[in-house]
Design a protein around this ligand. Structure first.
Ligand code: 13P
Ligand code: SF4
Length: 303
C-alpha cells in the first residue's frame, strides 16, 4: 500500500507533466485541500476555472462544479476523480420539470443556483451562487423570479429583496441536519463566539446567525481581528481550512453530522488514477453548453 506522501509526490509530478491544475472545494477532505492549487467556494472555483492557463482541470468537488468548469473551458479536459460525486440537491430539479414550471409561470425570470445540472442552467436566464444570490437577483429588471432548486437559499434571498420569489422545493440533505437547538446550546457554552451560517440552512437556523455567508465568505470572515471564536454552520470539511489558516482561533462545528458524503468520495488515490488515466472526464455537449454559458456569464458579469 502506498503512503500518503508517496501518493502526493506522484500526483504532483503527474500534475506538472500533464499541465494540470487541481481545484478543490472547501468541503473536500483535508488531504485533498492540502494538494490543491486553489481551494474555494463555488463562485471562486468557477472564476478560477475561467482564467486558468492549465490544459487539464482536476476538479475535486461535485459533478455540477466540474460541469461549470467544462461550460467555461470547453477546450480543457475536466477530470472529476469520482464520477459518482453528484450533488443530491442538484438532482432535485430536471430540465423537463423546469420547462413544465416555466409554462406555468411565463412571466418569471428563471434563476438557478449553481448547484444544478448544465441542462437546468441551459433553461435558466441567470445562475447564482450562495455568495452572490441577492446581488444577482437584485440586478434583474423583472419583479418575478422562479428560483431553483434550493428553497432555503431562495427563502433567504426573499428576506433581502422585494422581488416575488417562486421557490422550487429542493434542499441540501447535509445542511438540513443543522438544528437550531444545537446553536442555542453552543451560544451558552461559547458566549463570545460569532455564529456563521450557510444560506442552505433552514430559516429557523439562519434566524440565529450573526452572519449568513458562503463558504468563501466564512473563510474571509474568520481572518478578521475581532473574530477569535466561530460557531460554524456548514459542512464540516471547512473546519480543516479554518483551523489551518487561523492557528490560535477556535472553530466549533454546529453538527458533526453535517457531512456531505458525495464531497468525501474524492480521495488521493482517485486523484492519482484520474491523472494517470485521464478519466473520468466531464464534458457538456456543445448545444447545452452554449445555452448554459449564457446563464453563467451573466452571473460572472454581475460579480
Ligand atoms: P459555497 O461553497 O459556494 O458556499 O456552496 C456550498 C455548497 O454546498 C456547494 O455544494
Ligand atoms: Fe450538494 Fe449539499 Fe453536498 Fe453542497 S453540501 S454538494 S449542496 S449535497
Amino acid at each position: 500500500m502506498q503512503g500518503d506522501s508517496e501518493l502526493v509526490d506522484k500526483i504532483l509530478s503527474l500534475k506538472r507533466e500533464r499541465n494540470a491544475v487541481i481545484l478543490a472545494h472547501n468541503y473536500q477532505l483535508g488531504e485533498i485541500q492540502d494538494i490543491a492549487d486553489f481551494v474555494g467556494d463555488s463562485l471562486e472555483l468557477s472564476q478560477n476555472a475561467a482564467k486558468t492557463k492549465a490544459e487539464v482541470i482536476v476538479f475535486c468537488g461535485v459533478h455540477f462544479m466540474a460541469e461549470t468548469a467544462s461550460i467555461l473551458c470547453p477546450d480543457k479536459a475536466v477530470l472529476l476523480p469520482d464520477i459518482n460525486a453528484g450533488c443530491p440537491m442538484a438532482d432535485m430539479v430536471t430540465a423537463e420539470r423546469l420547462r413544465q414550471r416555466k409554462r406555468e409561470l411565463p412571466e418569471a425570470s428563471v434563476v438557478c443556483y449553481i448547484n444544478s445540472s448544465a441542462e437546468v442552467k441551459a433553461e435558466s436566464d441567470v445562475c447564482c451562487t450562495s455568495a452572490n444570490a441577492v446581488k444577482v437577483i437584485e440586478s434583474l429588471d423583472n419583479e418575478e423570479i422562479l428560483f431553483v432548486p434550493d428553497q432555503y437559499l431562495g427563502h433567504y434571498v426573499s428576506t433581502k429583496t422585494d422581488k416575488k420569489m417562486n421557490l422550487w422545493p429542493g434542499y441540501c440533505s447535509t445542511h438540513v441536519r443543522i438544528q437550531p437547538q444545537d446553536i442555542t446550546r453552543l451560544k451558552q457554552e461559547y458566549p463570545q463566539a460569532k455564529v456563521v451560517i450557510h444560506p442552505e440552512c433552514r430559516p429557523e437556523v439562519i434566524a440565529l446567525a450573526d452572519e449568513v455567508l458562503s463558504t468563501g465568505g466564512m473563510i474571509r470572515y474568520a481572518r478578521r481581528e475581532d473574530v477569535s471564536e466561530m460557531v460554524v454552520g456548514t459542512e464540516i470539511g471547512i473546519i480543516h481550512r479554518l483551523r489551518k489558516e487561523n492557528p490560535g482561533k477556535k472553530f466549533i462545528p454546529i453538527s458533526e453530522q453535517a457531512i456531505c458524503p458525495k464531497m468525501k468520495l474524492i480521495t488521493l488515490e482517485k486523484v492519482l488514477w484520474s491523472l494517470e488515466e485521464m478519466r473520468p472526464q466531464v464534458k457538456v455537449p456543445e448545444a447545452t453548453r452554449l445555452r448554459a454559458k449564457t446563464a453563467v456569464d451573466r452571473m460572472l458579469a454581475v460579480v
